[in-house]
Design a binder for this molecule. Structure first.
Ligand code: LLP
Length: 384
C-alpha cells in the first residue's frame, strides 16, 4: 500500500520507473541482522539480486559481506565499500581476467565448482605468489521444490561438485600448492518457501562436512547459500520474511564445532519487497475473449513473468483498489507474446494514463533489464 504522499510523487514522474523503499529495506536488514546475530551467523548479500547504488549502500551500512558472481560484481562491491575480506567470488564459469582481478583484490574466498577451476585458480595464484582461499561448492542433490529454472542443487544442474567426485577433488587439493581450502559451499535454489527444504539441506550438509573432516580437511566455513523465498502474494501484510524461523532451523539442524563459521548468501529475501515497478497504462483493448491493459513497462524492465512464469501482484494505483470489477491481461509493449505481467488480472475499470504498480520487484528486476527493442534505461526513484 502506498501513502497519498507517495502517490502524489509518482503522478509527477515519467514512467516506467523502479521505486525503492529504503526505509523498508532498512527494516528488513535490521530484522535479518537481529535474527542472524543470535547465532553468530555471517550474512553475505547476493549482489546479483539488485545493484542499485543506494540499495547497495544501505546494505553495506549493515556491515554484511558481498556474494559476487562476476568480476564486475566483485569490482562493484569493492567500489561500494564492501571490505575485500568480506567479498566472495562464486560462479560456475570464471574467466582468467576475473580470477586475476579477484586475486589482486585479496578477496575472502572463491567458491569453486570443478577440479579444472581449482587447477586454474592454483596456477594463476602461483604466478602471483599468492595463496587463494577457496570453498568447494558441493551439489548436495537436495530438491528445493521451486521453479525448475531456479533449482540449482540437483545432479542434473550444472552447478557444483557431485558426491561421486569427492575422492578425486580431495586428492587434487592435496597437491595444489597455492590453494587453501577453507570451507564448503551449498546453494540449492531460489524462492524456497518450504522451510523443510532447509532442514533437509542441513542434514545433507552435516553428512558432507563429516566426509571432508574425516578426510583431514579443516572446514572452517560452512556456507549454506541463499534461496529464502518471499511472499509475492501479500506484499503489504507480509513484507518482511520470517528470518527468525529461517535462522533457527539452521541453528537447530546444522552441526558445527566452535571454530566453524556458518555463512549465508541472501539476495531476494533482503531486497524483493522494497521494490515496485511503476508504470502507466498506454492503451486498453477490449476483446471478445480478453481485455488487454497495455503498459509502458514490459519484459525489458521486469523479465521474471516472461522467463519463469513468475507471479507479481498488480495494482491500479489511480483507482479504488478494493474494487475489482474487470479482468485484464496486463501486458507490455514489447514485440513478444510472453511480454505479459499477468493474465486475467482482476482490477478496477482501468483507463489510459492510470498508474499501475507491479509489486515485489526489488530482486531480479532492474538487474535483469535489457534494452531489447532499443528500450531506454528504466528510471529509479526512492523513498528515504
Ligand atoms: N548464492 C548463489 C550461489 C546463487 O546462485 C544465488 C542465486 C544466491 C546465492 C541468492 O539466492 P536468493 O537468496 O536470491 O534466492 N533470477 C531468478 C533467481 C536466480 C537466482 C540465482 N542465484 C529469479 O528472478 O527468480
Amino acid at each position: 500500500m502506498f501513502s497519498q504522499e507517495q502517490l502524489n510523487k509518482f503522478s509527477t514522474q515519467e514512467t516506467p520507473f523502479y521505486y525503492y523503499d529504503l526505509a523498508l529495506l532498512r527494516r528488513t536488514l535490521e530484522a535479518c541482522s537481529t535474527a542472524s546475530s543470535k547465532y553468530n551467523f555471517h550474512v553475505h548479500y547476493a549482489m546479483k539480486a539488485n545493484v542499485d547504488p543506494r540499495v547497495l549502500d544501505t546494505i553495506r551500512s549493515f556491515k554484511i559481506g558481498a556474494d559476487c558472481v562476476s568480476g564486475g560484481e566483485v569490482k562493484k562491491a569493492i567500489e561500494c565499500g564492501f571490505t575485500n575480506d568480506k567479498v566472495v567470488f562464486a560462479g560456475v564459469g570464471k574467466s582468467d581476467p576475473e580470477i586475476n582481478y579477484a586475486l589482486d583484490q585479496d578477496i575472502f574466498c572463491f567458491n569453486v565448482e570443478s577440479i579444472q577451476e581449482l587447477e586454474i585458480i592454483n596456477e594463476l595464484a602461483l604466478q602471483k605468489g599468492k595463496t587463494a582461499k577457496v570453498a568447494l561448492r558441493i551439489n548436495p542433490n537436495v530438491n528445493a521444490y521451486t521453479h525448475k529454472y531456479i533449482t540449482t542443487g540437483l545432479e542434473e544442474n550444472k552447478f557444483g561438485i557431485n558426491q561421486w567426485e569427492f575422492e578425486k577433488v580431495a586428492a587434487a587439493i592435496k597437491i595444489l600448492s597455492n590453494i587453501e581450502c577453507i570451507g564448503l559451499h551449498f546453494h540449492i535454489g531460489s524462492q524456497i518457501t518450504d522451510f523443510n527444504v532447509f532442514k533437509s539441506l542441513c542434514i545433507k550438509v552435516n553428512e558432507i562436512v563429516n566426509w571432508f573432516t574425516n578426510h583431514h580437511f579443516n572446514i572452517k566455513v560452512i556456507n549454506v547459500g541463499g534461496g529464502l523465498g518471499v511472499d509475492y502474494y501479500n506484499p503489504d501484510t507480509n513484507n518482511i520474511v520470517d528470518f527468525e524461523t529461517y535462522f533457527r532451523i539452521f541453528d537447530s539442524f546444522l552441526e558445527r564445532s566452535a571454530n566453524q563459521e556458518v555463512h549465508f548468501e541472501l539476495g531476494r529475501a533482503l531486497v524483493a519487497n522494497c521494490g515496485s515497478l511503476i508504470s502507466r497504462v498506454l492503451f486498453v483493448k477490449y476483446g471478445q475473449v480478453t481485455n488487454f491493459a497495455i503498459l509502458d513497462a514490459g519484459m525489458t524492465e521486469l523479465m521474471r513473468p516472461a522467463l519463469y512464469q513468475a507471479y507479481h501482484k498488480i495494482e491500479n494505483l489511480s483507482k479504488d483498489h478494493n474494487v475489482k470489477n474487470k479482468k485484464y491481461d496486463v501486458v507490455g509493449p514489447i514485440c513478444e507474446s510472453t511480454d505479459c505481467f499477468g493474465k486475467a488480472v482482476e482490477l478496477p475499470d482501468t483507463n489510459r494514463g492510470d498508474l499501475i504498480a507491479i509489486r515485489t520487484a526489488g530482486a531480479y528486476g532492474e538487474v535483469m533489464a535489457s534494452n531489447y527493442n532499443l528500450r531506454n534505461k528504466v528510471n529509479v526513484i526512492y523513498n528515504e
